[in-house]
Design a protein around this ligand. Structure first.
Ligand code: GDD
Length: 310
């Protein structure tokens, strides 16, 4: 039985990836932060990426065939208020992990999760962007993910580690935490329906365009890539279609029978925002045959229903 280790398995994507790998017959282990309730579960190791000794001990003990590196600071919004923390976890944390892999399980296949935020602002006429497009990140988060990716490439080239990199575009679904646009909007609509807040949704920039993919399709791409992808290569993961954030808001508000008004909140604007980004997923499709299965409207409804029930 093949063994997989998911760093950050207690997070949004980790939850779905664990299920997908178990369905494929893997023995799945994961990490959570020390102190999280998950650490009591037998499949979890408590591990802080910044604690080198902990990272070494997990890798030595687990000896996985595959590692999916999801752990990190994943919010673009938070990276503006916590830039040093974002760089530290995403860059130094990944270095600690790669060093441990190099020493204790150099044959393990590793997937490093970057972000479409590495591209930064892209001209409309250059969309969809493929992997060759210049990287020009404009948020601390985007810079941390670009740096993480460059370091992973060095470990693949210099030490021959079996490392693949992905640049996922926006992924959404039930259980995603607040701090990301769909969860922020859906949680507010649900709170209004429950009478927990005034019927006013405060929002930030509604005029950016994002390429949203259901998280289940994203984790399917990850597992296919680790099986069929080429070490040292980078792969975009996204649907190939972008929608304006205004449209996402309208769809969620229209799913409610409450009369909801929308208010722009300057506090929710970012110092710099990426206006538009669309994924060219040709390389992913050619290598794996991947196709997204879940549509945006149903995914928005699933996310809203999650907040209605929680
Ligand atoms: N979070 C949030 N909350 N964003 C809002 C809001 C709000 O209330 N109102 C408008 N927005 C706008 C943001 O300004 C941005 O233009 C867009 O909605 C999407 O914001 P996020 O959902 O925070 O996503 P992101 O594109 O910045 O980053 C996400 O996608 C990356 C891949 O492109 C994150 O999931 C990253 O982890 C991921 O790497």
């Amino acid at each position: 039985m093949k063994k997989a280790l998911i760093t950050g398995m207690s997070g949004f994507v980790g939850h779905y990836l664990k299920i997908a790998l178990e369905l494929k017959g893997y023995l799945v282990y994961g990490t959570c932060l020390p102190g999280e309730a998950y650490e009591k579960f037998p499949q979890y190791y408590a591990m802080n990426l910044l604690d080198n000794a902990q990272v070494i001990s997990v890798i030595k003990d687990c000896q996985p065939d595959e590692i999916y590196h999801l752990a990190g600071q994943s919010s673009v919004a938070l990276s503006w208020s916590k830039p040093a923390l974002t760089m530290n976890i995403n860059v130094n944390g990944t270095i600690n992990l790669l060093e441990a892999i190099k020493e204790f399980c150099p044959k393990t296949k590793v997937l490093i999760v970057g972000s479409s935020d590495e591209y930064g602002p892209v001209k409309k006429e250059d969309c969809p962007v493929n992997e060759e497009h210049q990287l020009n990140p404009v948020s601390p988060y985007g810079i941390s993910k670009m740096t993480q990716e460059k370091i992973a490439q060095i470990y693949a080239k210099a030490y021959g580690l079996n490392v693949l990199m992905v640049r996922p575009f926006n992924h959404i679904g039930a259980m995603q935490a607040k701090g990301f646009v769909v969860s922020d909007f859906a949680s507010k609509v649900a709170a209004i329906e429950k009478g927990e807040m005034e019927p006013v949704v405060k929002v930030g920039n509604l005029h950016s365009y994002r390429d949203f993919t259901n998280v289940e399709d994203v984790v399917e791409a990850y597992t296919l890539l680790l099986d069929k992808g080429v070490s040292g290569e980078v792969y975009n993961v996204g649907s190939g279609k972008a929608v304006e954030i205004q449209e996402v808001l309208n769809t969620l508000v229209n799913m409610s029978n409450k009369h909801i008004t929308v208010e722009i909140d300057e506090q929710l604007y970012r110092p710099v925002d990426v206006p538009v980004v669309v994924c060219d997923n040709t390389k992913l499709k050619q290598v794996t045959g991947w196709e997204p299965k879940k549509d945006l409207k149903n995914t928005l409804l699933e996310t809203l229903n999650y907040w209605r029930n929680n």
